[in-house]
Design a protein around this ligand. Structure first.
Ligand SMILES: [Zn+2]
Ligand SMILES: [Zn+2]
Ligand SMILES: [Zn+2]
Length: 215
């Protein structure tokens, strides 16, 4: 018995290459290739296991959403760029502090020019720093391995600029110094410091999504 592709509706029989979502829906070969933005397999030969297992871990709703927005799925593996998911050798990649690889294309989306300062900044920061800017289409200018210039404050989760320092109304609060007793989320965390600010990170809260982050 044949069933249909969740995106294009094509009938898929036992001989058609396809992937299966976590909720048991089928995705045809063409749509699987589209989902990853590259050739993941061929008809009658099958689809590469890493791609098939990515589909297996995601729902048909998540996949429909990505394809409708013309976005591609990002494969996460130690030998892939954290921005675009493409395979990249350690020699060609710039390596983050937490040992993740970033390709030049993805670096160019955040930093206008790639140079030694940019590479040193990336080497000295966790991948989450970079990804917050990358995913929200924002740019950074590296000043040194520690500092980057940031034009505006924004929430790394929802990209809103409606953020304010956590505990700003407490008298113990001072800019440049973390508010005492502030609750930290374990997640995406810290972003680049302000230009010219010498020490310390400040906790901020997003007024739109309510999440907390450091800057
Ligand atoms: Zn299809
Ligand atoms: Zn990349
Ligand atoms: Zn937010």
């Amino acid at each position: 018995m044949s069933r249909n592709c969740l995106v294009c509706g094509k009938k898929l029989g036992i001989l058609n290459a396809k992937t299966i979502t976590s909720d048991g829906a089928l995705l045809c070969l063409d749509d699987t290739n589209k989902l990853f933005g590259e050739t993941t397999g061929k008809e009658h030969i099958g689809i590469k296991p890493t791609y098939a297992s990515w589909v297996q871990k995601h729902t048909s709703a998540e996949i429909k959403d990505l394809i409708s927005k013309n976005q591609t799925a990002i494969l996460i593996a130690p030998d892939r760029c954290i921005g675009c998911g493409r395979k990249i050798s350690a020699f060609k990649a710039t390596i983050t502090k937490d040992n993740k690889r970033i390709c030049s294309n993805c670096i160019h989306k955040v930093f206008k020019d790639q140079n030694d300062t940019v590479n040193a900044w990336i080497n000295n920061h966790d991948s989450d720093y970079f990804l917050a800017y990358f995913k929200n289409d924002r740019s950074l200018k590296a000043i040194s391995k520690d500092k980057a210039e940031v034009e505006t404050l924004f929430c790394p989760y929802c990209n809103s600029e409606n953020v304010k320092p956590l505990g700003a109304d407490k008298k113990s609060f001072s800019v440049g110094k973390a508010a005492a007793g502030a609750v930290l989320t374990g997640g995406i965390g810290v972003l680049a410091g302000f230009a010219g600010k010498k020490t310390g990170k400040t906790d901020f809260v997003c007024m739109d999504c309510g999440k907390q982050f450091k800057r």
